[in-house]
Design a protein around this ligand. Structure first.
Ligand code: BGC
Length: 491
């Protein structure tokens, strides 16, 4: 096994070197593009076809098909084996027709790494590549720009078994994958996203699964152990992303490459309590600044960085690595925003911060309190604190359950989601008017789909999906978004 890894690592280095030597000209600036109005999905959540045409298994195929895990994590037996059936061309053509009706000019989807490299590295699966080329061509033929996320949490199982992102070889694995992706799709895709929300994957989803599997013992100690381990994995993700960006530029591909990060503005539960203020600031460093500071400032935020190194001496980023990350920072920041979060200072809690219920009167969606102004504030913060980066909102959306999801006489009157969409689009456009370099907005999600640790019960789509029949019913929020796009299309 070791020698295979060494060969791959060597091959990846040779690849990078080869491209460096061929010194392709840097990408020329894109012509001024129209504002992107889009919808987002991710492979595992919508594709199904989990064993089709030579696809390898991903960690999520394994988690969900281990029925005990599904039952323990989701509470029911639910998998993404079929999901929205989007691996089926007849199905996705109907969904592209829905996108056209909606009026979007862009679609963000992710590639299942194990579909095109079944073992994660090694042999390419031509059928998997052909599938995505066909999808991309079908989108382009319909006037919809494909925006491709390379990694949205479904890691080839073979690599997960070797430690996933915690492995020191993970950046080399990703480099090999990036090379395949760019050579297969780089001629027709103009916007790539290296990875999606590493914070949520590493610090929230993965730990929640492992905590259930391993049985929670001392929650604080477990959380600190996980934070320390995941800081190393997160650093590997940043290196992997920077290497892919470097490769993209060396290849001279004419487009943009970015990263999608989740942002949850943090606040003290009691704004007058010093401990709460400190807790909110610690969580801001972890949730919002960790990746941004590394990419735009070349350092991890203190005092959290020192704490991570104390907890885990393996977390020891070198100045050469940090310089590489800054030099290969993304062309754009993909902002995934759902809700703010609130913290109480609590010495017995991990990092001294305990999640608190919102002390606002805001309505609660699945992903937290609804506060559209926070999106405005976040975009302005990126604008002022991080050198005015190019921004796409790559995810924003909501689910409320209950009446908002009821199918009544062929209609779904999802008033709460409709309002959420309107208010957040308005907040985003306000930030744009005040100077934020916002060039697109992608709603999460086009379709109800498989929601990681809650399965199919948490619906976030603007199109209702009957998971038995695969019937689609556009909800009221679909028409709300359609109206908003039509009103602002000229932007
Ligand atoms: C993820 C999506 C997820 C969405 C809604 C984001 O954190 O990128 O995959 O479905 O939130 O919870």
């Amino acid at each position: 096994m070791r020698s295979i890894e060494r060969r791959i690592a060597r091959a990846a280095r040779v690849l990078v070197l080869g491209f460096c030597l061929s010194a392709a000209t840097p990408a020329s600036p894109l012509p001024k593009a129209a504002f992107l109005w889009g919808v987002s999905t991710s492979a595992y959540q919508v594709e199904g076809g989990y064993r089709s045409d030579g696809k390898g298994q991903s960690n999520w195929d394994v988690y969900t098909n281990d029925l005990q895990v599904t039952k323990a994590v989701i509470g029911r037996i639910e998998t993404g084996n079929i999901a929205d059936n989007l691996y089926d061309r007849q199905q996705y053509l109907q969904d592209i027709a829905l996108m056209k009706r909606l009026g979007v000019n862009a679609y963000r989807f992710s590639i299942a790494w194990s579909r095109i490299l079944p073992d994660g590295t090694g042999e390419v699966n031509a059928a998997g590549v052909a599938h995505y080329r066909q999808l991309i061509d079908d989108l382009l033929a319909n006037g919809i720009e494909p925006v491709v996320t390379m990694y949205h949490w479904d890691m080839p199982e073979k690599l997960a078994e070797q430690g996933g992102w915690a492995s020191e070889h993970s950046a080399a694995w990703f480099q090999r994958y990036a090379q395949v992706v760019f050579s297969a799709f780089g001629d027709r895709v103009k916007r790539f996203i290296t990875v999606n929300e590493p914070f949520v994957e590493l610090f929230m989803i993965e730990p929640s699964i492992h905590r259930i599997l391993e049985g929670a013992r001392d929650e604080r100690a477990d959380a600190l152990r996980i934070y320390a381990r995941q800081a190393v994995a997160a650093h590997h993700i940043l290196l992997a992303s920077a290497q892919a960006i470097h490769l993209y530029r060396e290849l001279g591909l004419k487009g943009e490459i970015g990263i999608s990060l989740n942002f949850t503005p943090t606040h003290p539960a009691d704004p007058d309590r010093a401990e709460d203020i400190e807790a909110a600031s610690m969580m801001d460093a972890l949730q919002n600044r960790w990746f941004l500071d590394a990419m735009f400032k070349g350092s991890y935020p203190e005092p959290l960085a020192s704490l991570e190194s104390t907890l885990n001496p393996d977390f020891a980023p070198t100045s050469t690595e940090l310089r590489f990350i800054v030099e290969n920072r993304p062309d754009f920041v993909g902002v995934n925003y759902y809700a703010p979060s609130y913290f109480k200072g609590e010495p017995s809690a991990p990092l001294g911060a305990e999640w608190a219920r919102a002390n606002t009167r805001a309505l609660e969606a699945f992903n937290g309190p609804v506060v559209p102004d926070e999106l405005f504030g976040l975009l302005m913060r990126l604008h002022t604190d991080y050198g005015d980066p190019l921004i796409y909102i790559t995810e924003n959306g909501a689910g409320f359950g209950g009446e908002d999801e009821e199918l009544v006489e062929g209609r779904v009157h999802d008033e709460l989601r409709s309002l959420y969409v309107r208010q957040h689009v308005e907040a985003a456009l306000k930030a744009r008017a005040e100077g934020a370099r916002l060039a697109g907005y992608f709603l999460w999600s086009l379709l109800d789909n498989f929601e990681w640790t809650t399965g199919f019960s948490h619906r976030l789509g603007i199109v209702r999906v009957d998971f038995e029949t695969q019937d689609r019913v556009p909800k009221d929020s679909f028409f709300e978004y359609q109206t908003l796009i039509a009103a602002h299309r000229e932007r």
